[in-house]
Design a protein around this ligand. Sequence first.
Ligand code: GRF
Length: 214
Amino acid sequence: MTLALGVLLSGRGSNFQAILDAIARGELDAKVRLVVSNRGDAEGLERARAAGVTARFVDHRTFSDRGSFEREVVRQLRDAGVEWVVLAGFMRIVTSELLGAFPDRVVNIHPSLLPAFPGVDAQAQAIAYGVTVTGCTVHLVDEGVDHGPVLAQAALPIAPDDTRDTLATRLLEREHALLVATLCRIAAGDLSIEPPPEAGARPRVHWRAGPPRI
Ligand code: GRF
């Protein structure tokens, strides 16, 4: 099944680039149908244009509230035929507008082993805390920040002389690989999501033959 992807981003777009590269290599059976950035100067928009992917700047500051901004993003994603949405460095908290439009179909990549270190600069948080192992997480998005059922995780040891930047650089390679591996397994039909066992609980994630590994 070719995944019809929409990518939301706000900046550099290296995770988005990893998706494009994996598609170009024939490794990932997907098509990026639309990229939306809430920042006009996002490098990710340039990457999209260079790859011939439709890219739009939707400025959240021109909307009266979060909901109306998201309704416009949802409209564009739907018009483009998107089925799965990837948050790849999208620096906005998403709401029920997006999550309701794509139930259990919004994926985020975060540079820590969630639930540790949600929020901004997870790499600096990990160093400041003094953990010796961190990693990255791909998860389904719910209404919490960096929150929702875990799809895949990869660990990375922190060296004593690591700085925030050396760690972030090493981690980014893992992020790219984990995000691509997860999308490949979704495209292969290996993921099933069971409804929550009780009201208020999370949906349950089940991978045929175990979670994605890198
Ligand atoms: C990544 O570290 C990702 O995990 C986080 O934001 C960063 C985006 O980097 N959510 P890029 O824009 O994909 O290069």
